[in-house]
Design a protein around this ligand. Structure first.
Ligand SMILES: [Zn+2]
Length: 201
């Protein structure tokens, strides 16, 4: 059974009318859709009929006309308005597809993070080596690459830690956006760093 079928079954038109401030206790009343003055509107078997100009329809058709919206949106409105939390078969199929896409997206990100992590490891080791080897005898004869290593080493390790942490968390779908942000930020930092290193090569 689809969501719209469930809604037609679960929501009495009289209840939908009440939302718009119209009471219906049987018989005929002025039509709330075209807001007529004469008693042209009645409900039978949860189908309304307006004998003036609006024709007949379900609770969904009613909300479509009252809200000037399309079928799908009217279904959403009713689902939310009465807290039904319904899902039709089609949307759960879409959900499965979405979940699959998410898993693939996460796997790709994990792969990219691993590669970036390895690059950060490489530069961290490189800087540690430079700091150890090129320790200057005085403040005045520090080489450019030594200064760079000294300056960037802490930041580099900070990124390394956060990438390591994000590698562990990457399967957590809720954190995907945050992780993607850290990843892109790390990538930008690495690009800037590589540019600086290249100046000394
Ligand atoms: Zn009408």
């Amino acid at each position: 059974m689809t969501r719209s079928q469930r809604i037609k079954e679960l929501i009495p038109l009289s209840m939908a009318l009440e939302y718009y401030g119209v009471k219906y206790n049987g018989g005929r009343i002025p039509c709330p859709i075209h807001q007529g003055k004469h008693n042209n509107f009645s409900i039978k078997n949860n189908i309304y009929t307006c004998f003036s100009q609006c024709g007949t329809g379900s609770v969904i058709d009613f909300v479509m006309l009252m809200e000037s919206t399309d079928f799908k949106h009217a279904v959403d409105i009713l689902d939310k308005r009465y807290n039904l939390c319904l899902q039709d078969i089609k949307s759960s199929r879409e959900q499965i597809i979405r979940q699959k896409e998410n898993r693939e997206k996460i796997a790709r990100l994990k792969n990219s993070i691993d590669k970036l992590y390895n690059k950060f490891c490489y530069y961290s080791r490189l800087f540690e080596g430079i700091i150890a080897k090129e320790r200057p005898s005085s403040f005045d004869n520090m080489s450019g690459i030594y200064l760079l290593a000294l300056q960037e080493h802490t930041t580099l390790n900070h990124y390394l830690d956060s990438l390591f942490f994000n590698r562990l968390n990457v399967l957590n779908e809720e954190k995907f956006r945050d992780i993607l942000f850290y990843f892109n930020d790390g990538k930008k930092y690495l690009k800037r760093l590589e540019d600086k290193i290249n100046e000394y090569r």
